[in-house]
Design a protein around this ligand. Structure first.
Ligand code: C2E
Ligand code: MG
Ligand code: MG
Length: 559
């Protein structure tokens, strides 16, 4: 008997299939005429699994070839049950993919539709491909961070020049606080949709993380990118309709033109994040281009950054610490030293920390490097403590290390591992820590102070919330940045400022350290103020541990 499907049954299959596809948006659909074992599968499934055709006899067996060998038995059993009439539904998970390709996790749900004689007539179902869904953000329906990284690597591999932006909604916490979390989610959704329609065929939009979105476009000039961003900004300043309200959205934006292909996606992300942070913190939301002047030097900086990041993975190869003495302001004896990070390799020579710390500090790898720095510094300082029992080592922290929930434990662990006394360690924090939750920060400081550890506020006066930080945190020392004393010899104003700063410190029971003493005249002037310690090239540049030991031993002999 010829068991080919007759025309009327084929028509019925198609009309049922079309009806069915409508309600199964975003998934794969299959429909099988069980009398003839003749099926139609949706085109996206045929493409994804590389099936022979949308119409197939024996589709179950064809699909089985694409299922992971370990999952085939249960799939076969379930299909047999259906076709032998022992089961009316199918609901299972398996791994599947094109033949010879990678597997993705799928869930498959199907039901048997019976005819008027209660015989199995059609088997209809949907397959959800979680491999693909995993690349989509569930709130906005936009492609997510994984897709962003995937596409980015593609552009780098193919050496395609593109413009990459990171855009985000500023002061979003306020929106959440005023209107509630649910409303906040709707704002994110609306914003995502607006971006998608605005960018259109110019590029791709992704939801990266929280309120941050990514756009990769073929815009080739920074000027064009800025003009487009300004349009978006002006539009959203007029407010965006959400429920019955119209919240005004302030944006931030970091941007980078991909023109250098000797980098990886993670480095690009770190650079973008840095530019975004600058836009937010310093530029009130203006678009900040990462190294907007792509001369050779700047291009090299991105490559350098890539090499530095790789060093963290390669056992910190290339990183080392130098030590700059801290002297008592009156006696000028060395009382401690500050550990200062350096990185060096054959190609780039010695790279100062200013070139990479501000960019890498938001990198997920940075806390690892921070751990290495502290361990190295304490191991070295322990050697000095053997001979000089009052020695205190200063170690710089980045604000991103402080926000890790295990920061206190990490420090205590390192003290234990290195068997180092907490009261001979001073941690230097900068005003950038005001970006953190202040009560959390205070508890970190208080907890570590209980173990004897000292705290210093570095670069005092360079940010705009210095006094707030001093007021709020129990700090031991305030370090006045060298920019306030560079011209102290001739500049009356600088003297007034130093006088002012020392009064603030005294009011809060903190000591003062002045950085950047470069000559005896500066020293003479500053000794007139309530300054406890000095640091600067006049005493010593940052030096290797061995040299520091020599300097300290020499001092001892003079006594
Ligand atoms: P900082 O902590 O304020 O360090 C003082 C900087 O001033 C050092 O620069 C030092 O070499 C320089 N300096 C000291 N005395 C003088 C002087 O008399 N004249 C001049 N012109 N400069 C002087 P360096 O080593 O390049 O470090 C720059 C910054 O990088 C540091 O500023 C600190 O914020 C950061 N940094 C360094 N090491 C680390 C680290 O291990 N972790 C973190 N998170 N940041 C670090
Ligand atoms: Mg410092
Ligand atoms: Mg400083």
């Amino acid at each position: 008997m010829d068991n080919s499907i007759p025309d009327n049954r084929k028509k019925k299959l198609d009309s049922l299939f079309n009806a069915f596809s409508l309600i199964a948006e975003g998934t794969y659909v299959f429909l099988c005429d069980m009398r003839y074992d003749y099926s139609r599968w949706s085109k996206n499934a045929v493409d994804f699994f590389q099936m022979p055709s949308e119409y197939m006899y024996g589709a179950g067996a064809i699909h089985m070839e694409r299922i992971h060998p370990e999952d085939r038995r249960s799939y076969e059993e379930s299909i047999n049950e259906i076709f032998e009439g022992r089961s009316g539904a199918h609901d299972m998970q398996y791994r599947a993919g094109r033949i010879g390709g990678a597997y993705v996790t799928c869930t498959c749900r199907g039901v048997v539709i019976r005819d008027e004689y209660d015989q199995p007539d059609y088997f209809a179902g949907i397959i959800r491909n979680h491999g693909l869904l995993g690349n989509v953000d569930s709130l906005t329906g936009l492609r997510n961070q994984y897709s962003f990284f995937e596409d980015l690597s593609g552009y780098i591999d193919r050496k395609e020049r593109v413009c990459i932006s990171m855009l985000g909604i500023g002061k979003f916490t306020e929106i959440n606080e005023i209107y509630g979390y649910h409303f906040g989610n709707q704002v994110i959704q609306k914003f995502g949709r607006y971006l998608l329609s605005f960018v259109g065929s110019r590029g791709q939009v992704y939801r990266l993380d929280g309120v941050k979105f990514g756009v990769i476009s073929n815009t080739s000039s920074a000027v064009d990118a800025k003009a487009l961003y300004e349009k978006v900004r002006i539009h959203l300043r007029k407010g965006i309709p959400v429920m019955d309200k119209r919240p005004i959205l302030e944006l931030n934006c970091g941007m980078l033109l991909l023109e250098d292909f000797n980098v990886d996606d993670q480095t690009i992300y770190a650079c973008l994040n840095f530019a975004y942070g600058e836009s937010k913190v310093r530029r009130s939301g203006d678009l900040v281009e990462f190294f907007n002047n792509l001369n050779d030097e700047n291009r090299q900086r991105i490559e350098k950054l890539h090499a530095i990041k790789a060093s963290i993975k390669q056992n910190y190869n290339g990183f080392y610490l130098l030590y700059q003495p801290v002297v008592n302001a009156t006696t000028e004896e060395i009382v401690g030293a500050e550990a200062l990070l350096r990185w060096q390799n054959d190609e780039y020579g010695i790279v100062p920390p200013d070139h990479f710390i501000p960019i890498l500090e938001r990198d997920p790898q940075f806390p690892e490097l921070g751990r290495w720095i502290l361990t190295r510094a304490l191991t070295d300082a322990k050697e000095i403590l053997k001979k000089h029992s009052n020695f205190v080592i200063n170690v710089n922290l980045s604000y991103t290390q402080l926000e890790k929930p295990d920061f206190v434990d990490t420090v205590l662990e390192i003290l234990k591992e290195t068997d180092y006394p907490g009261d001979h360690l001073c941690l230097e924090i900068t005003e950038r820590c005001r970006l953190l939750d202040m009560s959390l920060l205070k508890s970190v400081v208080v907890n570590l102070k209980a173990k004897g550890i000292h705290f210093a506020l570095d670069d005092f006066g360079t940010g705009f919330a210095s006094v707030d930080v001093v007021k709020y945190l129990p700090l031991d020392t305030i370090k006045i940045d060298r920019s306030f004393v560079i011209n102290i010899e001739e500049d009356e104003k600088e003297r007034t400022i130093v006088d002012h700063f020392t009064s603030i410190a005294t009011a809060f029971d903190a000591n003062v350290c002045v950085e950047g003493i470069e000559n005896a005249v500066m020293r003479d002037i500053l000794q007139k103020y309530k300054v406890h310690s000095f640091q600067g090239y006049y005493y010593s540049k940052p030096v290797e541990l061995k040299q520091l030991e020599v300097l300290m031993d020499r001092e001892e002999k003079h006594e």
